[in-house]
Unconditional design. Structure first.
Length: 103
């Protein structure tokens, strides 16, 4: 389940601006995904690129080698929209169950 959630969150971060892998990992960590390693993010980026959800472009870096920056494709935007719908449905159901548990 975390994999699907992580993919949706990656799409959301990329939808806000082009990012490179390490920058993406940092944003995810800042958002509370502290247990997600860079080693699990890069394979997802490769797969999402193959599925044409994102596109990567190499750009020069002022601090070392070129970096691959990722941006959302139209297909990726549609996937993100569907993720948000599915997440809200799942979240409501879980919240309802947890609220019932508190009573």
């Amino acid at each position: 389940m975390l994999k699907g959630i992580l993919e949706g969150c990656i799409l959301k971060v990329i939808s806000e601006k082009e990012v490179y892998g390490y920058e993406l990992a940092t944003k995810l960590h800042e958002s509370g995904f502290s247990t997600v390693s860079e080693g699990s993010i890069y394979p997802l980026l490769i797969r999402m690129n193959k599925e044409k959800l994102i596109e990567g472009t190499l750009k020069k870096s002022t601090a070392g080698p070129n970096r691959k920056y990722y941006r959302l494709t139209e297909k990726g935007q549609k996937e993100l929209s569907q993720f948000i719908i599915n997440w809200n449905i799942l979240k409501c159901g879980v919240d309802k169950l947890l609220k019932e548990e508190e009573q």
